[in-house]
Ligand binder design. Structure first.
Ligand SMILES: Cc1cc2nc3c(=O)[nH]c(=O)nc-3n(C[C@H](O)[C@H](O)[C@H](O)COP(=O)(O)OP(=O)(O)OC[C@H]3O[C@@H](n4cnc5c(N)ncnc54)[C@H](O)[C@@H]3O)c2cc1C
Length: 365
């Protein structure tokens, strides 16, 4: 008998396991994949830490979270500065003075503002009824055509004039020469990859891999006083109210015999013809100098059963469904649901840590 059974060895489960162990509790972690770490898992390929489930950049404004994660890894100074490739034209992202200089040759913020304001006025739609009109209202036609349209259409698998306007509430435009994608105070990549963080969190804790809780749930539940479940909440309840929806991405990963393929970790392909949305070159997250490189092309894909459930689709229909499952969960004294699948919530890593530490303070108050 264990004090806690933790289902899932992702960041949420691992923080819970670490904190409970620190408080003298006995823990069993079960994980259905053949490795620990959930979606932050990095696979080492000839010295390069490949972000197997998509590029992960740690960024936060929360000093407590930054200090907390800093106990388990040293972070480098990586700053996310993606590049956009539109039919061979290269632009800095996020939209800033470098982008505007590349697009129009302007030098001063006032010149850039004048162009954007003129385009917004020329093409303004009073009550935008689709994403295209909304985006043009926000940034004008040039930025929309070259940097928003193709990328968004590939991401959603639909034309921008068929997508609802509310998907894009804001398109941040910066009138400084600043390519730093995030505004957060702290950001970086853990030197040596994310898996090392999970290894440290789970050090000395019993972990059983390739073990699916749902295949023998009664047995596993009987093994512990309490269960922390970080899998999909609808799956736990046998989809009794129906299935929650996700968006997913298919990654095509290749090792190439060149030292430097694209000169940047993240390059977005913003035209409509290129079938993928981004290419990630993993070594640049850690300033790698290996003789070869590994790249991943990202193809957005409609989620179907069996695909990785990456991004919860938090629209009205799914939120309503989720709240039914959440009501069942609230009545369940034995099982606590947490993390991105357990709470059906898009959580960045810092928010997952915050949420896991909040749960710890509730359990051990
Ligand atoms: C493509 C992508 C890119 C991202 N990029 C960033 C980024 O740049 N920066 C950032 O801060 N965040 C990013 N995130 C978010 C980040 O991945 C999450 O915050 C974090 O991984 C969530 O941790 P978790 O433990 O809640 O979930 P997960 O990592 O999903 O862990 C859940 C674990 O539970 C296991 N499990 C599920 N069901 C069962 C079962 N029945 N039995 C046993 N085990 C089970 C799963 O196999 C998995 O290992 C990104 C997410 C995605 C999908």
């Amino acid at each position: 008998m264990y004090d806690f059974l933790i289902v899932g060895s992702g960041l949420y489960g691992a923080v819970l396991a670490y904190e409970a162990t620190k408080r003298g509790k006995s823990i069993l972690v079960i994980e259905k994949r053949n490795h620990i770490g959930g979606n932050i898992y990095c696979e080492n390929v000839n010295g390069i830490n490949v972000h197997k489930y998509g590029a992960h950049i740690f960024h936060t404004n929360n000093k407590n979270v930054w200090d907390y994660i800093g106990q388990f890894a040293k972070f480098n100074r990586y700053t996310n500065s993606p590049i956009a490739n539109y039919n061979g034209e290269v632009y800095n992202l996020p939209f800033n003075m470098n982008t505007f200089h590349q697009m129009w040759g302007v030098i001063t913020p006032q010149e850039a503002m004048n162009i954007i304001e003129k385009q917004k006025a020329d093409y303004k739609t009073e009550n935008p009824s689709n994403l295209e009109q909304q985006a043009i209202n926000l940034v004008g036609v040039d930025i929309y055509e070259k940097l928003v349209k193709g990328y968004t259409e590939k991401q959603w698998g639909r034309k921008c004039d068929e997508l609802p306007p509310f998907i894009i509430k804001r398109l941040p435009v910066r009138f400084t020469y600043d390519n730093n994608y995030f505004n957060d105070m702290y950001q970086g990549i853990p030197i040596g990859g994310y898996t090392k963080i999970i290894e440290k969190l789970l050090e000395g804790i019993e972990v059983r891999l390739e073990t699916d809780f749902l295949s023998d749930r009664e047995n596993y539940e009987s093994m512990a006083e309490k269960v922390i479940y970080t899998g999909a909440i609808d799956a736990y309840y046998d989809y009794c109210y129906g299935k929650l929806e996700y968006r997913t991405v298919y990654f095509e990963t290749q090792e190439l015999p060149v030292e430097n393929y694209q000169g940047n970790a993240v390059v977005n392909y913003t035209d409509s013809e290129t079938p993928y949305t981004r290419i990630i070159e993993h070594k640049h997250f850690e300033y790698g100098t290996e003789p070869t490189t590994v790249i991943s092309k990202e193809y957005p894909k409609e989620w179907q059963e069996g695909d990785e459930p990456y991004y919860p689709v938090n629209n009205e229909k799914n939120q309503e469904l989720y709240s039914k499952y959440a009501d069942l969960a609230a009545k369940n004294d034995k099982v606590l649901f947490g993390g991105r699948l357990g709470e059906y919530k898009y959580y960045d890593m810092d928010k997952v840590i915050e949420s896991a530490l909040n749960t710890v303070s509730v359990i051990f108050k």
